[in-house]
Design a protein around this ligand. Structure first.
Ligand code: FAD
Ligand code: NAD
Length: 475
């Protein structure tokens, strides 16, 4: 038997896959009065990714940037079923989703299949390793909460091992060399956060190691942050220079070993660089479930970057029953939280519209059916007039296509400095110091979904300012 869902057979069922930016924004906006809603995600919380690098260096506690999905769904008009499970496959023909409980503890039932009328597909993407040797085994990532926690453990372990009595200078140098791969916003923000930790806390907690740490940012393209304007790229490069973060551009990581990283330099020479930690932030690729789903629609889904969608966010090749949002898609927009969030709330509003249309269609069908059974001409004419009115309403009824409104791009680059490309004010803005520090912080605070998270993050910032970052290493 399938799971017991809060099922009302008169209503259509929306199954939502994911609990990230797209799915959470969809759930926040959706009016559940007219639908059965089921959410399936392997993590039962929303993760506020922009502050993940701050967790990795201990500025914020992990729990401060999580919001349980049930906190979102409990305020809804009708109850929403939240299932902690990983979707394994989608059958777009029979309109079903199969999923499994792949957590440590499982009950007697740990896999099942459910039907959907509409599927909101928001499973995001996974880290792109390009199959480069040693990345999966030896590097840390910066995508999920456990990635940030793993990086923090590894980073602190490097510090403690470097402080071990009798360590040679060469080994200390290796252990204290942190390599970040990928000069996109994730790699740049992480390098900035690492630098802050070293500046503000290392001198206090490990005075004997201060000055020996080195951060290297490796980027295959000619410059870091290609999505920002040249002025902001130059500002970031000069800030990193002052912060003593080495940037190696036009340099490609070829292999990640246990204690080294192998680089193809701009002059084509191959260099093996000793290091204590490698953080891999080289971009996204589609998940296996997404590739499998696309493979079932081979003529409509040919873009390797992700699911092709139309202006209503419907997956091409499906009959208007699968909607895909966020990083799993290949639209003209960058894979950002901002895009996923706007797509999620648009889709929820479109579902409210869709129900109005469905109700009008049902009303029309009812009027036409009843007119066919009425013998008295005047009465039948009255009903047909009413049906004409509903038809007129239906002809005017349409769902507007999705349109993205870019609110600007903001990145923290360490040393209390941030850069921003803003569409208003007609340009870009880069600055440092007290004001930027608070601008960056208030921008993030205002996008955090709940008051609870806002209070937790602000409390963490105050704690870090007063007491320093937590350097205890979890086992
Ligand atoms: P996600 O938020 O990744 O959510 C995907 C969800 O699907 C997750 O809940 C996951 O558990 C679930 N899932 C995975 N597999 C399955 C499955 N098989 N079945 C069901 N559910 C599944 N963007 C910005 O605009 N501004 C920023 O400042 C910013 N900072 C970032 C910082 C970092 C460190 C990172 C990694 C990204 C950052 N981004 C930022 C990008 C942003 O996080 C993504 O674009 C955004 O998360 C995409 O939203 P999404 O809903 O598509 O995917
Ligand atoms: P990205 O794709 O933006 O950048 C990855 C970088 O890694 C690329 O520049 C690529 O050239 C480089 N790279 C790939 N393979 C390499 C190799 N072998 N050696 C050296 N360099 C290599 O990835 P990201 O930074 O994780 O960002 C992903 C998405 O999330 C983007 O859309 C980004 O805009 C968004 N994001 C936004 C923010 C923000 O707005 N503050 C922060 C983080 C992420």
């Amino acid at each position: 038997p399938g799971p017991q869902l809060p099922h009302d057979p008169t209503k259509k069922t929306i199954v939502v896959l994911g609990s990230g930016w797209g799915a959470t924004s969809f759930l926040n906006t959706l009016d559940t009065t007219d639908y059965n809603v089921v959410v399936i995600s392997p993590r039962n919380f929303f993760l506020f990714t922009p502050l993940l690098p701050s967790v990795a260096v201990g500025t914020l506690s992990p729990r401060s940037i999580l919001q349980p999905t049930r906190y979102v769904t409990r305020h809804k008009a009708r109850s929403v079923e939240v299932i902690e499970a990983e979707a394994q496959s989608v059958d777009p023909i029979n309109k079903t989703v199969s999923f499994i409980d792949n957590s440590d503890i499982q009950g007697a039932v740990s896999s099942t299949t459910i039907p959907y009328d509409y599927l909101v597909y928001a499973v995001g993407a996974e880290v792109q390793t390009f199959g480069i040797k040693g990345v999966q085994e030896n590097a840390c990532f910066m995508k999920e909460l456990h990635d940030a926690e793993k990086m923090q453990r590894r980073f602190l372990d490097c510090l403690e091992s470097a402080a071990f009595p009798g360590q040679s200078e060469a080994e200390i140098e290796r252990l204290l060399h942190m390599v970040v791969v990928g000069g996109g916003p994730t790699g740049v923000e992480l390098s900035g956060e690492l630098h802050d930790f070293l500046e503000e806390d290392l001198k206090m907690w490990y005075p004997e190691l201060a000055g020996k740490i080195k951060i290297t940012l490796v980027e295959a393209l000619p410059s870091v942050l290609p999505m920002f304007s040249k002025r902001l790229i130059d500002y970031t490069m000069s800030t990193f220079k002052e912060s003593k973060i080495d940037i190696l551009t036009q340099t490609m990581v070829k292999e990640v070993g246990e204690k080294t990283v192998t680089l193809a330099m701009p002059d084509k020479s191959i260099v093996e660089m000793p290091c204590g930690m490698v953080v891999w932030a080289a971009g996204n690729k589609g998940r296996k479930i997404t590739q499998d789903l696309m493979a079932q629609l081979p003529t409509a889904q040919t873009n390797k970057r992700g699911i092709t969608i139309d202006e209503y966010l419907q997956m091409n090749g499906t009959d208007g029953t699968i909607f895909a949002i966020g990083d799993c898609t290949s639209s003209s927009h960058a894979p950002t939280a901002q895009v996923a969030q706007q797509q999620g709330s648009y889709l929820a509003r479109a579902f409210a519209q869709r129900v109005k249309g469905d109700n009008l269609k049902a009303q029309l069908a009812e009027l036409e059916a009843s007119a066919a059974t009425i013998l008295h001409e005047d009465e039948r004419k009255k009903v047909l007039d009413e049906a004409e009115g509903v038809k007129r309403q239906l002809s005017k009824f349409k769902i507007r296509p999705f349109s993205y409104s870019h609110q600007g791009t903001l990145a923290y680059i360490g040393s209390d400095k941030a850069i921003a490309d803003l569409p208003f004010l007609n340009g870009s803005f880069a600055s440092g110091g007290f004001l930027t520090y608070y601008f960056w912080r208030s921008a993030y605070i205002s996008t955090l979904f709940s008051l609870r998270n806002r209070s937790l993050v602000v409390t963490d910032w105050i704690r870090t300012k007063v007491f320093g970052r937590d350097v205890s290493r979890e086992w």
